[in-house]
Design a protein around this ligand. Structure first.
Ligand code: BV8
Length: 229
């Protein structure tokens, strides 16, 4: 199971390309989510993530997230891979999502890479590492940065050895996550793309398309597969 920003859209969390309103409207996401942008204007980038963190804090997991918790309970080998950085899968009760792109609710020292759980949001923007004084940065993978190797390996392993691979709520544009459904299809898995729109989705012989909101399709899938009495 691979999820993208679309599964959080019904929780009111702007999808990746929508999260550019107000001050940031004149930027492209790819221009803010890069090490170069942070080096150039750390305050602007930190404040964009602070706005997104506040948006996520106000959001609640939706029926799509909860359906994946039920799937995990029903399928021992269930693997959830997410491109999302909002932490809503964990808040819904998914026990061990593979976070390919990190998590905006966490930060780390931009110099030592040490994780930082708490920081003073009222201090400088970005806050500074208490150990070395360098800026903190969001604990996410920016464009041009490598994905966490262990997470990527686990995701590729799951894609290669699954019977069914669902890609839910993602534009499937960002590599290497975008290749996972194809890895699964090449290994013989049944692959389905669930999305409100199939615009731009790569098509292939082994790829089914289910059009609709994740918050409706996933609960319907769970109900059809494991009907509640
Ligand atoms: C890498 C964290 C090796 C940050 C993200 C040139 C130079 C450098 C790199 C590249 C290059 N060309 C290509 C690359 C590789 C690059 C890449 O893929 N670029 C793209 C733009 C072409 N990838 C990387 O850089 C990766 N690292 O490759 O390292 C390397 C190193 C150096 C040089 C070369 C290679 C790192 C990628 C990780 C980037 N970080 N997030 C942050 O969030 O701020 S990616 C970010 O966008 C999200 O995390 C997400 O993963 C991704 C895609 O977003 P989606 O989740 O798909 O959301 P989106 O808004 O796009 O779409 C929403 C979908 O939901 C839509 O389809 C919509 O229809 C649907 N939807 C909406 N509502 C619903 C719904 N579906 C169902 N129900 C609904 N209700």
């Amino acid at each position: 199971m691979l999820t993208g920003a679309g599964i959080s859209a019904e929780s009111g969390v702007a999808t990746f390309r929508d999260a550019l309103t107000g001050l940031w409207a004149q930027y492209r996401a790819e221009d803010l989510a890069t090490p170069e942008a942070f080096a150039r204007n750390p305050a602007l980038v930190w404040d964009w993530y602070r706005m997104r963190r506040q948006m996520v804090a106000r959001a609640e997991p939706n029926a799509g997230h909860l359906a994946l918790v039920e799937m995990e309970a029903q399928i021992p080998e269930f693997v959830l891979i997410t491109q999302n950085v909002d932490g809503l899968h964990q808040r819904a009760g998914s026990s061990r999502p593979i976070e390919l792109h990190g998590n905006i609710t966490r930060a780390r020292c931009s110099r030592e890479d040490t994780p930082v759980d708490h920081w003073d949001e009222t201090a400088d923007s970005p806050p500074r590492c208490l150990a070395c004084g360098a800026f903190l940065r969001p604990d996410v993978v920016w464009f041009g940065e490598l994905l966490p190797l262990e997470a990527l390996r686990a995701a590729e392993m799951a894609a290669r050895h699954c019977d069914v691979f669902l890609s839910v709520g993602t534009s499937n544009l960002v590599e290497p996550a975008a290749s996972l459904p194809w890895t699964a299809a090449a290994a013989g898995a049944e692959v389905a793309v669930l999305n409100v729109s199939m615009d731009g989705q790569r098509r292939g012989p082994a790829i089914e398309h289910l059009v609709g909101p994740a918050g409706e399709l996933l609960p319907a899938l769970v109900q059809a597969t494991w009907p509640k009495r």
